[in-house]
Design a protein around this ligand. Structure first.
Ligand SMILES: NC(=O)c1ccc[n+]([C@@H]2O[C@H](COP(=O)([O-])OP(=O)(O)OC[C@H]3O[C@@H](n4cnc5c(N)ncnc54)[C@H](O)[C@@H]3O)[C@@H](O)[C@H]2O)c1
Ligand SMILES: O=P(O)(O)OC[C@H](O)CO
Length: 338
């Protein structure tokens, strides 16, 4: 295993988050090679130190170089951060598998679940790469990419079943504007990032309909209760859901007009149908594809997720967006505790 502090670092995915995250690592003092899907994008990053499509106006550091070919980026890399849409992760990992160093560490930056299997990204990584869970990590938290690219301070949580791996990754993923915390609750850290996207869609829907702050606060608060119950049943720790990866990210995503999940929800609330929303979104809104697999898990575990169910109904045209919030009050008229 390469000495800590000397690892070769790669980021797979040159979108909004992959590029920002690569900048974070370089600004922390470590060079990064980034795999960008398009040739022109790699050229722009190398020559102009910009990624105009995803980070307009942001100057990228010189220590960030890009390549549109996967092999030179993956081969020899000690720590690889994955930041492609969750539905594309399996295919990219299959391509990467034979190129990976024997002792490579893989870190998911993604906040979706695989729709066809319901698996979390760390589970997909383990299944496809064969890498043991002790060398897999996930990183999550209130991390709106554009704010971080502007070097506005925030924090991230790195989780791995191995505390040593989490520490090692956290030392790479930090700088003067990003503070890293660690834990060993992979399930909670990963589900925090996935589930807050669903609530951000719901908050976006009620915002798009025109409801005000009370309604949004009610959806966020009941949403937190709902996703916490789900995550705990799936094996998460309560403290994780109350931390940066749970509550912290929920607040950031539900409140930010930069959030793609919130934006997708707002478009639904304004009356656009699912297909139109997908077409209008130029970047990945993971929550749209995670609702169904989360509900499948919930149904299998006997967990009621009224907000997630209503998002699913809006997405499939079974419920008017304006009815989402009122249903919070009318679904069940038996007085009960929060
Ligand atoms: N943007 C953020 O603020 C942010 C923050 C934290 C986590 N994330 C998570 O990071 C992941 C990536 O999001 P993003 O914001 O970078 O998305 P994005 O839409 O900005 O970029 C996605 C990137 O993946 C590439 N891509 C698309 N389809 C692909 C495929 N089939 N194979 C390989 N590459 C493909 C695109 O070319 C693009 O470079 C998501 O899971 C998201 O939830 C995003
Ligand atoms: O733009 P969103 O909705 O994908 O959210 C981005 C990050 O997950 C916020 O932490």
């Amino acid at each position: 295993m390469t000495e800590p502090g000397t690892e070769r670092i790669a980021v797979i995915g040159g979108g909004n988050w992959g590029t920002t995250f690569a900048k974070v690592v370089v600004d922390g003092g470590r060079p990064v090679t980034l795999w960008a899907r398009r040739f022109e994008q790699a050229v722009e990053i190398n020559d102009a130190h910009r990624n105009t499509q995803y980070l307009p106006g942001i100057d990228l550091p010189l220590g960030l170089t890009a390549n549109h070919e996967l092999e030179p980026v993956v081969t020899g890399a000690d720590v690889l951060f994955l930041s492609v849409p969750a539905q594309a992760a399996r295919e990219r990992l299959e391509e990467m598998r034979s190129m990976l160093k024997e002792d490579a560490i893989l870190v998911s930056l993604m906040k979706g679940v695989e729709r066809s299997t319901g698996l979390r990204m760390s589970e997909v990584i383990a299944e496809v790469s064969g890498i043991p869970m002790e060398r897999i990590a996930v990183a999550s938290g209130p991390n709106i990419a554009m704010e971080i690219a502007r070097e506005e301070p925030t924090a991230i949580v790195v989780a791995s079943e191995s505390r040593e791996t989490a520490d090692r990754v956290a030392r790479i993923a930090r700088n003067s504007y990003l503070r890293s915390f660690v834990n060993t609750d992979v399930v909670g850290t990963e589900y925090g990032g996935v589930l807050k996207n669903l609530i951000a869609i719901a908050v976006g829907i009620v915002d798009g309909v025109g409801y005000g702050e009370n309604t949004k606060a009610a959806v966020m608060t009941r949403g937190l209760a709902e996703i916490t119950q789900f995550a705990l049943t799936m094996g998460a720790q309560a403290s994780t859901m109350m931390g940066l990866a749970g509550l912290g990210d929920l607040i950031a995503t539900c409140e930010s007009p930069l959030s793609r999940n919130f934006t997708a929800g707002r478009l639904l609330g304004q009356g656009y149908v699912f297909e139109d929303v997908v077409q209008q979104m130029e970047q990945t809104a993971e929550g749209l594809r995670s609702v169904r697999p989360v509900l499948d898990h919930a149904e299998a575990q006997g967990i009621d997720m009224p907000i997630a169910r209503q998002i699913d109904a809006v997405l499939h045209g079974r419920m008017k967006p304006a009815d989402l919030a009122p249903h919070l009050a009318t679904d069940d008229d038996t007085p009960r505790g929060e």
